[in-house]
Design a protein around this ligand. Structure first.
Ligand code: DQA
Length: 146
């Protein structure tokens, strides 16, 4: 299974952002953490990060016609208001999981609105980097149970 892991704005700054909220793992460290786990489960991962909404949409659109079987996305702050990213995800007819490192339901009110969730098969938040591993487990379970 080929999984595309997409990160939105400011997630390239992990390790420099508030460590109490996001932990101390850097973006490079996170990619390593996810890909090592994926490999152990026989999955391949590819990563894309952008601070720009249009680039994220282009990446999602291209992935629909590419070699991918699933998407894991942490769109950062766009998760709370980007209907354009939501609509791009809706076009892709493979499994999609939304992940947030922090517990968005216990932070500022604006973070409680998640506009991508209804087009994703699952939303995972508040579990730190482990949330991505659960996302991969979910995708494996889902494809085995088809
Ligand atoms: C985040 C939560 C968002 O509210 C925030 O804007 C981020 C990261 C998370 O992973 O917890 O950039 O998606």
């Amino acid at each position: 299974m080929n999984v595309l892991i997409i990160h939105g704005p400011n997630l390239n700054m992990l390790g420099y952002r508030d460590k109490k909220i996001y932990g101390s793992m850097t973006y490079e460290g996170l990619k390593e953490y996810i890909s090592v786990y994926a490999k152990s489960k026989g999955m391949n991962t590819a990563f894309f990060q952008s601070n720009h909404e249009g680039e994220l949409i282009d990446c999602i659109q291209e992935s629909c016609h590419g070699d991918f079987d699933a998407i894991v996305i942490n769109a950062g702050a766009y998760s709370h208001y980007s209907y354009a990213i939501r609509d791009a995800l809706e076009i892709c007819h493979f499994p999609k999981v939304e992940v947030h490192l922090s517990n968005v339901m216990q932070r500022e009110d604006f973070r409680k609105t998640l506009v991508l969730s209804d087009v994703c098969d699952r939303t995972i938040y508040g579990l730190g980097p482990e949330g991505y591993l659960l996302a991969l487990d979910f995708l494996l379970d889902k494809t085995h149970n088809v």
